[in-house]
Write a protein that binds this ligand. Structure first.
Ligand SMILES: [Fe+2]
Length: 434
C-alpha cells in the first residue's frame, strides 16, 4: 500500500476486509427510524432497549417513528447494563416467539450487543450457550450466514457497537466477559443522533469517551495486518486482523476528536459541539476497531471486570460490583502504552500527536511517556479513578488479574510488542496508581 508500516512480510497477510453498516448521523435523526426500518423490509419489529431508557424521549421518538411508518412493534426492555448471558437468553426467547422480520435497538453498547446475540441465539439456538464462542472457552460453532435486518441507535458515545460485528457478553457463572465476533452480527444500518448524549451524566461521558479513545489508540498502534498469518479462506479472515489503512483513517480522526473534545464533553453537558463530536468519534473508533481488533488495553480490562469487588461508579444506577467498561480499560492504559511504544515508536509518536500530547522537546523514543502523560492528564481532568488502585486493586491482586486477562489470546497477540504473562504482571504492577 506504499506505506512502511504495512510492508509485506513472509507468509503474512496481503489482504484485509472492511465491514461497516450504512450510517446516518445528525441531531434529530432518530425520527428517521420508521422510514429506515421500513426501507430494510421490516413489517414486524422487535425493539430492544433497557429499563432506564424505556421512559426517555429518545425511546419515545423511535417508537413513534416506527408506529408512523405503520410497523407492528413489540418491546424488549430487559437488558442489563453490561450485557450478560441471562439477558441474551431472555432476548432470545423474545425473538424466537415474536415472529419478527427485523430488529431495532436503542441504547448503549449493552442494548445493541444484546440485540445482536438475541437474534443469533433465538433464531439458531445452540446446544450449550458457549458453543458459539471461540475455543478454548467455547466450541467455535459456525454462525449462520444471515440473521434479521438490524437498525442500531446508540445513545452513548463510546462502544461503537452500532458499527461492529462484535457482541461482548458477561458470562455470569464465570464472572467474566467474552466476545462473540462474526460478520453476521454487524447491524445493517445505524442512526447516530448526538442529541442522545445531552443528558448523559459526566462520568458516563468520561467512561465511554475513554473507551472510544482506547479503541482508536489500540487500533492505531496494533500490529500491522501484514504481520498476521495469511488466511487462505476469505470467509475465515478474522475480525482481529491488525492495523490496516482503513483503520488508520478512522482511528486517527477519533484520536483527534478525543484530544479536542473529551475533557470539554465530560465537564459541560451544554457543550453540544464537544458531545456531538464525541458521538461521531465513537462511531469512527467502532468502525476502526471492528475491522482491526483492540489489543492490550481491552485485553487487560477483562481481568478488572472479572475480579472487581465492592465498587460502584458515580453516575451509574447499578449494583456493586461494577466498574464501567471504559474505566476498566483506561486504568491500565498509561502503563500499557509506556510498554508498547518500544515496539513501534513512530506509531506511538503519531498517536500522541493526534491526541494533542505535549511533544515539545520529545523525540520518537519519548512517545510512550508522552502518551502516558497525556492519558493521565485527561484522567485527572475528568476525575476518573487513578489507576487500578482507584478501582479497588493493589499489588497483591496482580497475579490473579494477569492470569485472568491472559485468556484474551488473540487480542494480546494483536499488540505491537510480544507480550507474555510476566509482561502483563509488570504492566498491572505499574498501573496501580499514576
Ligand atoms: Fe471498548
Amino acid at each position: 500500500m506504499g506505506c512502511q508500516y504495512f510492508d509485506p512480510c513472509d507468509h503474512g497477510a496481503d489482504t484485509f476486509t472492511i465491514a461497516i453498516p450504512k450510517l446516518t448521523f445528525g441531531r434529530g435523526c432518530l425520527r428517521e427510524a420508521g422510514a429506515r426500518a421500513a426501507g430494510l423490509g421490516m413489517t414486524r419489529v422487535g425493539l430492544f432497549t433497557d429499563p432506564g431508557l424505556r421512559d426517555s424521549t429518545y425511546f419515545e421518538t423511535v417508537l413513534e417513528s416506527l408506529k408512523q411508518a405503520g410497523l407492528d412493534i413489540a418491546v424488549f426492555d430487559e437488558v442489563t447494563i453490561e450485557a450478560d448471558d441471562a439477558s441474551v437468553e431472555r432476548g432470545a426467547t423474545f425473538i424466537a416467539e415474536g415472529n419478527f422480520d427485523g430488529v431495532v435497538s436503542i441504547g448503549g453498547g449493552s442494548v445493541i450487543d444484546t440485540a445482536k446475540a438475541s437474534m443469533l441465539y433465538g433464531l439458531h439456538p445452540p446446544d450449550e450457550f458457549l458453543d458459539y464462542f471461540a475455543p478454548p472457552l467455547g466450541a467455535g460453532r459456525p454462525m449462520p450466514r444471515s440473521l434479521l435486518p438490524h437498525l442500531a441507535c446508540p445513545t452513548t458515545s463510546g462502544t461503537g457497537s452500532e458499527c461492529t460485528s462484535i457482541s461482548v457478553l458477561r458470562i455470569n457463572d464465570m464472572a467474566t466477559k467474552f466476545v462473540l465476533a462474526n460478520p453476521v452480527l454487524l447491524p445493517q444500518e445505524a442512526l447516530i443522533d448526538p442529541a442522545c448524549s445531552d443528558t448523559l451524566p459526566a462520568m458516563v461521558v468520561a467512561s465511554t469517551g475513554f473507551d472510544l479513545l482506547c479503541h482508536a489508540l489500540e487500533c492505531y498502534t496494533a500490529k500491522a495486518y501484514t504481520r498476521w498469518d495469511r488466511q487462505d479462506d476469505p470467509l475465515k479472515r478474522p475480525l482481529i486482523q491488525g492495523a490496516n489503512p482503513w483503520s488508520d483513517l478512522a482511528a486517527r480522526r477519533a484520536l483527534e476528536i478525543a484530544g479536542e473534545y473529551l475533557e470539554r464533553g465530560v465537564n459541560s453537558a451544554d457543550d453540544h459541539e464537544a458531545r456531538d463530536n464525541l458521538m461521531w468519534g465513537a462511531s469512527l473508533a467502532g468502525m476502526a476497531f471492528g475491522n482491526t481488533g483492540t489489543h492490550l488495553g481491552h485485553a487487560l480490562s477483562y481481568g478488572v471486570t472479572h475480579l472487581m469487588h465492592d465498587i460502584t461508579t458515580e453516575g451509574y444506577r447499578v449494583k456493586s460490583p461494577f466498574v464501567p467498561h471504559g474505566i476498566s480499560v483506561v486504568v491500565s492504559a498509561p502503563a500499557i502504552f509506556r510498554y508498547t511504544a518500544e515496539a513501534t515508536p513512530e506509531r506511538h509518536y503519531e498517536a500522541a500527536s493526534y491526541l494533542q500530547s505535549d511533544l515539545q522537546g520529545a523525540g520518537i523514543d519519548d512517545a510512550g511517556e508522552a502518551l502516558a502523560k497525556r492519558l493521565i492528564g485527561l484522567m485527572r481532568k475528568t476525575e476518573v479513578p487513578n489507576g487500578l488502585g482507584g478501582v479497588g486493586f493493589g499489588l497483591a491482586d496482580v497475579p490473579a488479574l494477569a492470569a485472568s486477562s491472559a485468556r484474551q489470546v488473540r487480542a494480546i497477540a494483536n499488540s505491537p510488542r510480544e507480550t507474555n504473562l510476566v509482561d502483563i504482571e509488570n504492566i498491572y504492577a505499574a498501573a496501580i496508581s499514576y
